[in-house]
Write a protein that binds this ligand. Structure first.
Ligand SMILES: [Zn+2]
Length: 128
């Protein structure tokens, strides 16, 4: 069924496959790391700031607070680590597992299980 849906897509949608993940702009200030373009990243990924903030805080094992459009990570976080966590977040919560496009939405299901639903090809996958 998925195969048929994919074959029916017009050619031009392939342009989305060149999705460029946003690059985090960080600044270390004392013992804190400021993610300066946090809001832009959330907008580009179409995800709630609270979701990404919670994810990064858990994965990097540092507390995080949202301050305006910025994210303050209460610890020293190096770009390499942050890039890695952000790309994990994108593959778990943003990009469709089937067609690899970012045109997806998260749907809350029963028992706190979230499903990643693709608006392009219709694929559904549990987000974890
Ligand atoms: Zn898809």
């Amino acid at each position: 069924m998925l195969k048929r849906a994919r074959a029916a897509l017009p050619e031009k949608t392939l342009a989305y496959e060149r999705f460029e993940p946003p690059v985090p702009e960080t600044q270390i200030q004392g013992s804190k790391t400021i993610l300066r373009n946090f809001e832009l990243i959330c907008t580009k990924l179409r995800r709630e700031p609270a979701l990404l903030s919670k994810y990064l805080s858990k994965e990097l094992a540092v507390p995080a607070t949202i301050d305006g459009g910025k994210l303050i990570l209460h610890g020293k976080v190096y770009d390499r680590m942050l890039n890695e966590k952000l790309s994990n977040f994108i593959s778990s919560y943003v990009v469709c597992k089937e067609c690899k496009r970012p045109d997806t939405k998260l749907v809350d299901g029963a028992h706190g299980i979230r499903t990643l639903v693709c608006e392009a090809c219709g694929a559904r996958a549990p987000a974890k």
